[in-house]
Design a protein around this ligand. Structure first.
Ligand code: NAD
Length: 469
C-alpha cells in the first residue's frame, strides 16, 4: 500500500490533542484531526486579510503560474492523496472514485489558472464608453461537504485564488484530513496566509458564515445548512455561492436502446456509491422499457465489486458515516413497507464492514414514497414507471430541488424537447453528472444559487466594477 505516513504526520496531531478520524471502511483510527477553536478561526481570518493585498498585487499571470505549479504538485503527490482520501472518505481508489477525484483536483486547478476573464466593453457611443472589470473580492470563506471533499474544496479555492482573493477553508468534520492534506500541498507554492484551513463543524461553520471579514462564502452542503448561511448573510452581506442538495430525476423515453446506455445509467445513480450531489436519485422509465431498465441496473449492480477502498479492483465502497447509512436504510425500509419491489440489494453488507450497504434497485414504487421524495445520498435507486411523458415531466419537476436532471433516448431531438421543460441547473442527455471545468455548474430552486467553473466561476469570486469614460 502507498505510504501516507508523511502526509498524515503533517496534518494530524497527537491523540490527546485531537479528534479521532476513522477509516470509513474498517472504523480503525487513521489519525487525529486538530480541533480548532473560534480563536484559531480569528487568527486565520486575520492572516488571510493581511496576505490578500500582496497576493492581489501579483497579478493574473503570476497567480496562474503558481496555480499551475500547484496542479503539478497535486499530480506528483496523487497516490498519497488518493490513499488518504480513500481511507477517510471510503471511496475506492479505482473506478470514478479516489484517483479520479485527485486527478480532478489537478484538472480544475489548471482550469482556474488558464481561464481568461477579460474586461467587457458594455457600451460605446462617440467618445463615451463603459467597461466592466472584475476585481478581487478580498477574503473568501469556503465551507465543504464530506462526499467529494478534496475536489469540491478545489472548486471553491482555485478560482478564488486565481481572482486574487485569499481563502479560509473549512472541511466537513467527517473528512478533515483529506482537505488539510490538500491545503498542505497548495501551501508548498503559496505565500503565507493566502490559504488557511480551519477544522470544526457547525460552530466554526456558522461563525464563518456570520463573520464580517468574509467578503464571500462559497458553500457546498445540505439545503438546510444553506438556508442558515443565507440568514447570516443578511448581516455581513457576504456574497454567496450555494451548491446545495439535489434529488435529480432522470427520464428514460420509449424506444431507447437500453443495452447501450445501461452502464451510463448505473454510474449516473451509483457514482461514489450514490453519495454525490448531482447523481440520479429517481428514475422515471417508460412502461415499454421499464423491465429492461430495472433488470439491467440490477444485473450491473450485482456485478460491481464493493469493498474496502484501498483493495485493488473495488469500485463501490461504504457509506461515509453512520448518519448517512441510517438515512439509506430508513428510506429503503419505508419503500419495502409500502410494497415496493426490492430487485437487488436492500440490506446492509455486514460481511464487508459496518457501513456497507448493497447497491439497491427498487421497482414498483411511486412518488410519495420517501425514497423518491427525499435525497437518499446513497446506493439505492427508485425506478418509477410512467406512460405519459407530460406526467413524467410534471413529477420530475414536482421536487423542491433543481440541481441536475437527465433525459435518455436514442432520439436526441425528442430528448432535447424534454430537457427544455425540466427545471434544473444542468440537464444531461444520455449521461448524468458528468462535469467539465469550463462548463458552468450550479443549481436552481432549493438546490442553491450561483455557478461554479469556467468564466462564470471566476466572475462569482470577483466583484464587478464599471469604469465609464
Ligand atoms: P452539511 O450541510 O451537513 O455540511 C456541509 C458543511 O457545512 C460542513 O462543513 C459542515 O460542518 C458545515 N456546517 C454545518 N452546519 C453549519 C452552519 N450552521 N453554518 C455553516 N456551516 C455549517 O452537508 P453534508 O452532509 O456535509 O453534505 C451532504 C449534502 O451536500 C447533500 O445534501 C448533498 O446533495 C450536498 N452537496 C451538494 C453539492 C453541490 O454541488 N450542489 C455537492 C456536494 C454535496
Amino acid at each position: 500500500m502507498t505510504d501516507t505516513t508523511a502526509l498524515l504526520d503533517f496534518v494530524c496531531v497527537s491523540a490527546d490533542e485531537g479528534r479521532p478520524i476513522p477509516d470509513a471502511a474498517t472504523r480503525e483510527v487513521i489519525g487525529y484531526a486538530p480541533v480548532h477553536t473560534l480563536a484559531d478561526l480569528e487568527e486565520r481570518i486575520a492572516g488571510a486579510r493581511a496576505a490578500q493585498p500582496a497576493w492581489q498585487a501579483l497579478g493574473h499571470s503570476e497567480r496562474s503560474r503558481i496555480l499551475n505549479a500547484i496542479a503539478d504538485e497535486i499530480e506528483a503527490n496523487s497516490e498519497e492523496l488518493a490513499h488518504l482520501l480513500s481511507r477517510e472518505q471510503g471511496k475506492p481508489l479505482d473506478g470514478p472514485n479516489a484517483r479520479f477525484e485527485v486527478g480532478a483536483c489537478a484538472v480544475w486547478t489548471r482550469s482556474a489558472a488558464d481561464t481568461v476573464l477579460e474586461p467587457e466593453l458594455i457600451f460605446e457611443s462617440g467618445a463615451s464608453r463603459s467597461i466592466l472589470h472584475y476585481e478581487s473580492l478580498g477574503v473568501v470563506g469556503a465551507i465543504g461537504p464530506w462526499n467529494w471533499p478534496m475536489m469540491i474544496s478545489v472548486w471553491q479555492i482555485a478560482p478564488s485564488l486565481r481572482m486574487g482573493n485569499s481563502v479560509v477553508v473549512k472541511p466537513s468534520g467527517f473528512t478533515p484530513l483529506s482537505v488539510l492534506a490538500l491545503v498542505e500541498v497548495f501551501n508548498r507554492h503559496l505565500p503565507d496566509g493566502v490559504l488557511a484551513a480551519v477544522t470544526g463543524d457547525r460552530e466554526i461553520g456558522s461563525a464563518m458564515a456570520a463573520h464580517p471579514e468574509f467578503d464571500k462564502i462559497m458553500f457546498t452542503g445540505s439545503t438546510a445548512t444553506g438556508r442558515k448561511i443565507v440568514e447570516s448573510s443578511a448581516h455581513n452581506l457576504a456574497r454567496l455561492t450555494l451548491e446545495l442538495g439535489g434529488n435529480d430525476p432522470g427520464i428514460v423515453l420509449p424506444d431507447t436502446d437500453i443495452s447501450g446506455l445501461a452502464e451510463n445509467l448505473f454510474w449516473g445513480c451509483f457514482i461514489n456509491t450514490g453519495q454525490t450531489c448531482a447523481a440520479l436519485k429517481r428514475l422515471y422509465v417508460h412502461d415499454s422499457v421499464y423491465d429492461e431498465v430495472v433488470d439491467s441496473l440490477a444485473r450491473i449492480a450485482e456485478s460491481m465489486p464493493m469493498g474496502r477502498g484501498t483493495d485493488p479492483g473495488m469500485v463501490l465502497g461504504p457509506l461515509q458515516n453512520q448518519a448517512q447509512f441510517d438515512v439509506v436504510e430508513r428510506l429503503v425500509e419505508d419503500a419495502r413497507s409500502r410494497g415496493a419491489r426490492i430487485v437487488t440489494g436492500g440490506e446492509a453488507a455486514t460481511d464487508l464492514g459496518p457501513l456497507f450497504y448493497r447497491p439497491t434497485v427498487v421497482a414498483d414504487i411511486q412518488d410519495g414514497a420517501a425514497l423518491v421524495d427525499e435525497e437518499q445520498f446513497g446506493p439505492a435507486i427508485p425506478v418509477i414507471r410512467y406512460t405519459e411523458i407530460d406526467d413524467a415531466i410534471w413529477r420530475a419537476n414536482a421536487s423542491e430541488q433543481g440541481l441536475g436532471a437527465s433525459v435518455w433516448s436514442n432520439d436526441v431531438d425528442k430528448a432535447l424537447a424534454v430537457a427544455q421543460r425540466l427545471q434544473a441547473g444542468t440537464v444531461w442527455i444520455n449521461q448524468h453528472g458528468t462535469l467539465n471545468p469550463s462548463v458552468p455548474f450550479g443549481g436552481t430552486k432549493s438546490s442553491g444559487y450561483g455557478q461554479e467553473f469556467g468564466v462564470q466561476g471566476l466572475k462569482a469570486v470577483a466583484t464587478p466594477k464599471v469604469i465609464t469614460i
